[in-house]
Design a protein around this ligand. Structure first.
Ligand code: KG4
Ligand code: ZN
Length: 334
């Protein structure tokens, strides 16, 4: 009998539902929340209210597209952690109720593990051991994977995440939230060598982005004082230079991680892996160092339920289920 899993993702500001049948993603639906734009960041209480409105229609749509009815489901999966507590509560309560009503197993998924496993949705996926640079709005990690469910963080940010570095830089430039995709867009027309921003000297495989943010702040203040039109007139070059520096910080550590571990199966994941400059840089470094490189499709980079579903597929096969008393947000490690 085939295994049919419904997965729900509600860690931050997007409500996602996906249906997987025997390891294949048949649907991946998402309701994006636009309510936060006017506030320049995600407002947790508004996010959980929007999840409550969106979750039933998004789940219905995912089941419909997949051609699967609720009664056929083998298990329900949900994002347990990390994330905004109110948002996680909506997804986990919904998943628990459905699992109880249908009397089927419940699978708790770690959001960061799921980002890594987004690389395993495609037919041609990494073999093990595998290194993944996971770059999102809240995390920046280099993860060593020895099997789908055996992962270890070997490097991470000491302060801001790469996504935050993009978003905070964009905010300093007067761009709306989330600014990462906009920096990407403007950078495409700019000269990345025009302005130089410092590279932090951090030991080992860890990252730091807070110094970059400060240097961008001083850079903007200094130039704006002399010329109030400075940002408008040089936006593309500024964006390209900032993006170039964030990418070089990330890639230098990834090269170091590959050299230290001897692993040449290398991928990226998380919202920032949608960045066109980072995707190109991975291919270039891959060609230089003889890596096999992996990049999830765009819709599997930013938050989505398909990555929760693929993780749940591995957990289902391992018999890794949880009880209805599982608490959302209560798990820090994979
Ligand atoms: O993984 P994700 O969707 O949500 C979290 O789990 O945090 O990542 C969101 C982050 C935001 O900081 C957003 O600005 C960034 O990913 N992002 C990008 C791009 N697309 C999304 N950053 C740079 N370039 C992009 N194209
Ligand atoms: Zn995420």
């Amino acid at each position: 009998m085939s295994v049919k899993i419904l997965a729900i993702e509600s860690s931050c500001d997007d409500t996602g539902a996906s249906v997987l049948v025997d390891g294949k993603i048949l649907s991946n639906c998402i309701a994006n929340q636009t309510v936060h734009e006017q506030y320049g960041g995600v407002v947790p209480e508004l996010a959980s209210r929007a999840h409550q409105e969106n979750i039933v229609p998004v789940v219905d749509q995912a089941l419909k597209i997949a051609g699967v009815s609720k009664d056929e489901l083998s298990a329900i999966a949900f994002t347990q952690a990390p994330g905004l507590m109110g948002s996680l509560l909506v997804g986990s309560s919904f998943a628990k109720s459905l699992a109880m009503a249908l009397n089927i197993p419940l699978i708790a998924v770690h959001h960061m593990q799921a980002h890594v496993l987004a690389n395993f949705i495609a037919e041609s996926h990494p073999s093990f051991p595998f290194l993944c640079l996971t770059v999102s709005g809240g995390h920046t990690q280099i993860v060593r994977c020895d099997s789908p469910l055996q992962m270890k963080v070997i490097g991470e940010t000491l302060d801001d995440a790469a996504g935050e570095a993009f978003d905070k830089s964009a905010k300093l430039l007067g761009l709306p939230y989330p600014g990462g995709p906009l920096i990407d867009k403007y950078a495409a027309q700019g000269d990345p060598k025009r302005f130089k921003f410092p590279e932090p000297q951090i030991q080992g495989l860890n990252f730091s982005f807070s110094g970059l943010k400060t240097s961008i702040l001083y850079f903007i203040q200094e130039h704006q004082q002399k010329d109030p039109q400075f940002i408008q007139d040089n936006l593309a070059d500024i964006c390209a230079s900032i993006q170039q520096r964030i990418i070089s910080i990330l890639m230098n550590k990834l090269v170091k991680a590959s050299q230290e571990t001897g692993i040449k199966e290398i991928g990226i994941a998380g919202g920032v892996s949608a960045n066109s400059g980072l995707r190109k840089a991975l291919e270039q470094q891959g060609a230089k160092y003889g890596w096999h490189t992996y990049i999830p499709r765009f819709e599997y980079c930013t938050d989505n339920a398909a990555m929760i579903a693929i993780t749940a597929w591995y957990k289902y096969q391992a018999g890794d289920f949880v009880g209805l008393d599982v608490i959302p947000g209560a798990r820090a490690a994979f």
